[in-house]
Design a binder for this molecule. Sequence first.
Ligand code: FES
Length: 670
Amino acid sequence: MSDQQVKVVFTPSGRRGSFPVNTPLLHAARVLGVDIDSVCGGRGLCGRCQVVCADGAFPKHQIESDSSHLSPVCATEIKYAERKAPLANGRRLSCHTLLLDDVVIDVPAESQVHRQIVRKDAEYRDIHLDAATRLYYVQVEEPDMHVPKGDLQRLLDVLEQDWQLSGLTIDVALLKTLQPALREAKRGITVAVYKGSSIVALWPGFRDKAYGVAVDVGSTTVAAHLCDLSSGEVLASASLMNPQIRFGEDLMSRVSYVMMHPEGAEEMTTVIREALNSLFAQVAKDINVGIEAILEIALVANPIMHHILLGIDPIELGGAPFALTTDAAVDVPAAQIGLAINPGGRVYVLPCIAGHVGADTAGMILSEEPQEQDQMTLLVDVGTNAEIVLGNRQRLLACSSPTGPAFEGAQISCGQRAATGAIERVRINPETLEPRFKLIGSALWSDEQGFADSISDFGVTGICGSGIIEVVAEMYLSSIITVDGVVDGELISRTPRIQQNDRTWSYCLYRSERDGQSDIVITQNDIRQIQLAKAALYAGVKLLMDHMGVDSVERIRLAGAFGSHINVQHAMVLGLIPDCALEQVSSAGNAAGTGARIALLNQQSRQVIESLVKNIERIETAMEPKFQDYFVDAMAFPNKTDPFPHLFSTISRPPEKTIVDSGSRKRRRR
Ligand code: FES
């Protein structure tokens, strides 16, 4: 390098400095603290360090920048382009480009280590990329009889020298692979380092791809998303039904199974671990890599799934005081809990919040960040248990409420899971009481031309959660049911869709004309099941509002598959959620799963959620004397005592009248 100094400014960081002519750009960036990625340590192998010279005059910096102010494209760059991919649009490998004169250098987002992953759809929020596991390529020096040290020490020395990684530990099981790897690749190896402190994997030669999987273990469904740890991209996704369903449909029945069968917990642990391992194998196969390429897992689950997966007996969670074995985050080698990824791979399980408010709720909070909101925000994840969080940047409260599986179609006579053939949208004409509906699998409404042809392959098979919400809300709005949820049998004179079943009435939503398929009928018992579920949810919300000292919320986010599909107006008509301006109610998508992905891709987020959950106030609904009162009020549509002014400013409240039963008992009706 000569003594002549040249100026360099890096954008977008704006960092600048002066360096001797012939200084490598990557070196200048490192000195100035500019965030540029690298796996190969400047050997021209990984291509992560790409930059672009900005041509033109930059009066602000007093620089005339031009690509000729950099050294010409060198043999290493040509070799890289031939071996991997051509360097597009004037891009250069900063490790092999020298400063000759003043320049402004742009560092593209994909060359930054701590870059932002921009959301691609509503499901994904922006994530600041900072994975806990990183790859480093090193050339380990040859053994020398005159320098008595082991190959591990040589590896540790070069990692410290090239990458400033000191005090690294290594599992003894990995040691046996070190010398074979060094031999195989002429002492050039890639190591994976977890949290900058331990070597968890190593491979002969150069490798620049490491993968992680974000996992959401739900009581019904288990989903896995394989991500590239260096780009944050989701490369493959897979899901399956939780095989524990055979031990019980809902969480409490699975705990009961454990109580009655001493070996039950172990059986359930085995089946969920096997299911996860099959998902890992599947997502790895989808991108043509072996499972050893997966180095990390970040996982969310409700407390019972969490305990069972970790091999902890969940019995204490089956009754008050619902004591968790641990509410802390868990960070363990995957092998220790029977998960088959790279033998040195790690698992991070988000912290739990309370006996029924688990790591899935922590994931939802990580994704939704209510602690960053000024508005009083309500987060609801509706499943067989509803997890509820209320608060803003001042304070956060959380609880869960036992909604049961009605919203998932269970306990509903014609209910089914969301699948092709299920009714998912319903409208009822309040004059004629005639319905129209939409099915999963067809884009047409049932009264549109071509509907019958569009469903000819599958027919009408049942009604799923979102359809149930809509049909019950529409039955209330068209006065087929009273404010108390009673099907009005007097309407039999207006429509044959009202049918008598002993002492109660039902509404026929669809008459089947197909062999083997039944009519879709909404019975009085179906309405009751929905009332019980929605009253449990609303009572939980009211308790949190009480503890918060507010009588309204400003913003509602509905999480989970169910929350993504329900019509918010119908949910409010039902009294599933409290009154709020409709434009402030929206879907949060799979917020728990997104939270797992954030924890996977950003190690800082783990500390954020771990310290945040310590300050969340837990409300135990079962212990609250007012729960029962709120529950009873919430059995009515939308609610016996709460007025719902926002809702009824956009739609008309059904007319209130009194009807007389056969037993002369007066019943209020709206
Ligand atoms: Fe790897 Fe430049 S640092 S190619």
